[in-house]
Design a protein around this ligand. Structure first.
Ligand SMILES: Cc1cc2nc3c(=O)[nH]c(=O)nc-3n(C[C@H](O)[C@H](O)[C@H](O)COP(=O)(O)O)c2cc1C
Length: 324
């Protein structure tokens, strides 16, 4: 999730039980302007825009085998060059073929790819042939089930490992929404089931997972290999816990601590907190207003009475490094 799926949020989801986490979409052009830096102070691996301190992608060894780097692209060679920069630090590379936003579509990326099966084929083939990590793609339902099945079959033909354990990682990820749908529209699980039935590769179903039980319900209804949650996780990342959800205020506090620990981009932290709060109350209330006013992680720490934690982390970086 853009501005949400940064390292603290991914680790939060993983802590509550998510097996695999996807990073926010990063455009290939942007990654190509970066250099890889090991950040010993924090214990992370950063991809930083050259000549600046702007972290475009931050990851760490704890999530090395669970995190998928999601990329926006419209060109096979560029996608490969960008993917090669990060592939040793992540578990898999995903190509976003579902984003309907104009900045994506006008650049020939995201959902624009859905009408260019030849280009999809080129990108996936190029990545699969030249990378040692698995490649997945996230698509949306097309106008008819038949169109979607046709597209998914072309994706399937780009090849996947015969070994079924490995095949887990080359998953075309079917997002059960049509290109014109917005996230609040009802999802159509029957259509996913039709597509899954027509394919021999694993499919992750995505859409309208708001409770832990939804994972199994949707997995069964769609016949999918696994299930992905976005908004349900954003509103309460403990949705992944088989023990039941924690109170969202506790989850939010844990997110704040992780943001502090990993020195998350404050804009990302603010955005994520705002999205969480908007679901339960209003940004017009004092907490929302204070988030909007915050300029640094120290401000956020103060707002959530985590100043001692903030101070402790910053004074003991080398002692606590890697402990979370
Ligand atoms: C705040 C937000 C950011 C998102 N960013 C991305 C993204 O970067 N890449 C992507 O493939 N989908 C993105 N999506 C779409 C979700 O991955 C997902 O497909 C959609 O929200 C439907 O799933 P849900 O019902 O579980 O929310 C985003 C959704 C939200 C709400």
């Amino acid at each position: 999730m853009v501005r949400v799926g940064t390292l603290p949020f991914r680790l939060l989801a993983a802590q509550y039980g998510a097996d695999i986490t996807y990073g926010e979409e990063i455009i290939d052009h942007k990654l190509l302007k970066c250099e890889r830096r090991v950040n010993e102070y924090i214990g992370s691996t950063d991809f930083v825009e050259k000549g600046t301190d702007s972290v475009v992608f931050r990851t760490c060894h704890q999530e090395r085998n669970h995190v998928v780097f999601q990329m926006g692209t419209s060109d096979a060679v560029r996608a490969l060059t960008a993917a090669k920069m990060v592939c040793k630090d992540v578990a898999a590379i995903d190509i976003n073929m579902g984003c309907p936003k104009s900045f994506s579509v006008s650049g020939g990326m995201g959902a624009a790819l859905l009408s260019k099966p030849e280009l999809i084929h080129d990108i996936l083939t190029m990545l699969k042939r030249n990378l040692d990590v698995p490649v997945t793609c996230k698509i949306r339902l097309l106008k008819s089930s038949q169109d979607t099945v046709e597209l998914a079959r072309r994706i399937e033909k780009t090849g996947y490992p015969v070994n079924c354990v490995l095949s887990l990682v080359r998953i075309p990820l079917i997002n059960c929404r049509k290109v014109v749908d917005r996230p609040r529209d009802p999802a159509k699980w029957g259509e996913i089931a039709d597509i899954v039935a027509a394919l021999s590769i694993p499919v992750i179903a995505n859409g309208d997972v708001f409770e832990y039980d939804d994972f199994q319900r949707i997995k069964t209804a769609a016949g999918a290999s696994s299930v992905m949650a976005a908004r349900g996780a954003l509103w309460n990342a403990s949705i992944f816990s088989s023990q039941g959800k924690l109170h969202w205020e506790d989850v939010k506090r844990e997110y704040v601590r992780k943001s502090i620990f990993w020195e998350n981009n404050v804009k990302s932290t603010k955005h994520t907190l705002k999205e969480m709060i908007m679901h339960y109350s209003s940004l017009e209330l004092p907490e929302g207003k204070a988030i909007i006013k915050s300029e640094t992680l120290a401000d956020i720490a103060k707002l959530y009475e985590e100043e001692k934690y903030y101070q402790f982390v910053n004074e003991n970086r080398f002692l606590v490094n890697g402990s979370r």
